[in-house]
Design a protein around this ligand. Structure first.
Ligand code: GLN
Length: 484
């Protein structure tokens, strides 16, 4: 049963073959025995989860059940959840019990889902390996000497190790898609503005987007139905007609035009990753899709542009952590200034400080035009590249990550190498487009490879259809790590 998809669990609950308390106890038991090996969770609160499960069973008995009622779902520790420790994997918030729910958490609660715990992540979602967490690194269930990717690495590893059937993530430059690729799981970053950022601790607000992580495209669709929705409390939330993301799953993909950007298959791509992704494209061809080449000429500038804009926004967003109202405060100080300085020096880790320094620099008088404004202009050019590409195709495909899971410590001392982990994902955030990753095979060492599917704005239903049809024809998504 721990290998069951969200859909299977949902059907079993509906058929009364399983209660929510049973399902919750099952996954809590797995977390109890296996979390020590992977470090996927920062907080588990069995009593709280079981209380929610009992409520879900009561709701079902009273005839008030929805598809997610009673399903245990892990929340990335970037989402505020009332009464739960919410740390963002930082010492700065290591004592912060949230007094309110994020929009996403509120939605899952209303749907009757059970919070099974808060997952580990890179500190303030800054990283691609989960090594920047104040709570220690997460280990990849496919090989515990390797990273699970980041920043949503705890959610991804928990899914791969079958500790949870579903989890949430956030993606600012690749943090849902890249860890999904490295752990053989599925994740979707929605169009910017589709999922409210209210109560999702801010990193780079013009790029941050929450999204679902699971083991099948069908499960992502189920979750997205709950996560998407207009929210007045987020000024960039979009007021659009409600969609059912399950409705298009069964459609044929015959005639679908798939664009392959030549920039996605250039230098730097691990050769066996390229082969596996090409085989996935061949599978789509066999399903009747038409393959065309497209160009994204400004793609190469996406990493440098991101590392101007994201730190700029982060330096501003993280100014709120000053030891005054909540979070960590240094124990000893002589005056207010020293309190600020010591609190921030002690509360933030090295990567977060690096980003604050870069961000403050590029926004400073004299450099603002040269860096920040110029980066904004290139950001527009990158979005226009995609607009032109989508005139020739319906979806874009390529690798999610240039490599499979790397060793713990391998890139930790070299920020630039680490930043290149997101070379294929970052442009999607800069353009505000939806992107997803699904497993499509293994490299020569038996490590999972992710296929990235990028859609046009609001084409999530179509992308999920494209992914689901592939998963009907292949079984990469149901492969389980060796010792699980
Ligand atoms: N790895 C990228 C970074 O460090 C993206 C992280 C994210 O998407 N949150 O900023």
């Amino acid at each position: 049963m721990h290998d069951a998809t969200l859909k299977t669990l949902s059907d079993a609950l509906a058929a009364r073959k399983l209660s929510s308390v049973e399902a919750t106890e099952l996954f809590l038991g797995r977390i109890r025995t296996l979390n020590g090996r992977y470090n996927c969770f920062i907080t588990v609160d069995e009593d709280r989860s079981l209380a929610q499960a009992k409520e879900a069973d009561a709701a079902r008995a009273a005839g008030r059940a929805e598809p997610l009622t009673g399903i245990p779902i892990a929340q990335k520790d970037i989402f505020c959840a009332k009464g739960w420790l919410t740390t963002c994997a930082s010492k700065m918030l290591s004592n912060f019990v949230s007094p309110y729910d994020a929009h996403v958490v509120e939605r899952f609660n209303r749907a009757g889902a059970v919070i099974i715990g808060k997952t580990n992540m890179d500190e303030f979602a800054m990283g691609s390996s989960n090594e920047t967490s104040w709570y220690g690194p997460v280990r990849n269930p496919w090989d515990t000497d390797r990273v699970p990717g980041g920043s949503s690495g705890g959610s991804a590893a928990a899914l791969a190790a079958r500790l949870v059937p579903a989890a949430t993530g956030t993606d600012t430059g690749g943090s849902i898609r890249q860890p999904c690729a490295l752990t053989g799981t599925c994740g979707l970053k929605p169009t910017y503005g589709l999922v409210s950022r209210y109560g999702m601790i801010a990193f780079a607000s013009s790029l941050d987007q929450g999204g679902p992580m699971a083991r099948t495209a069908e499960d992502l669709a189920l979750m997205l139905n709950t996560m998407v929705g207009f929210d007045l409390r987020d000024s960039t939330s979009l007021d659009r007609p409600v969609e059912d993301y399950m409705s298009d799953l069964q459609q044929s993909v015959r005639g679908l035009r798939i664009g392959l950007p030549r920039e996605f298959f250039a230098e730097g791509l691990q050769p066996d990753v390229a082969k596996v992704v090409e085989a996935a494209v061949a599978q789509y061809k066999a399903l009747g899709c038409k393959i065309t080449e497209v160009a994204l000429p400004n793609m190469g500038l996406s990493v440098p542009v991101y590392y101007v804009l994201a730190p700029a926004e982060a330096s501003s967003n993280l100014a709120r952590f000053d030891g005054v109202r909540y979070g960590y405060r240094t124990p000893q100080y002589r005056d207010l200034n020293e309190m600020y300085e010591k609190t921030r020096a002690e509360g933030f880790g090295a990567e977060v400080k690096r980003r604050i320094l870069i961000g403050t620099y590029v926004l400073s008088h004299g450099y603002y035009d040269a860096y920040y404004i110029r980066a904004q202009k290139v950001r527009r050019l990158i979005a226009e590249d995609f607009a032109r590409a989508f005139e020739k195709c319906d979806v874009i495909m390529g690798p999610t990550s240039p490599t499979t899971a790397f060793k713990l410590g391998e890139k930790a001392a070299d920020p630039l190498q680490m930043y290149l982990s997101d070379i294929y994902t970052i442009a999607v955030n800069l353009a505000g487009l939806p992107g997803m990753s699904i497993p499509c095979g293994f490299d020569t060492q038996g490590l999972p490879v992710g296929l990235q599917i990028i859609g046009n704005y609001f084409r999530e239903a179509q992308m999920l259809n494209v992914a689901h049809q592939y998963q009907l024809a292949t079984d990469w998504h149901s492969r389980v790590p060796p010792h699980i």
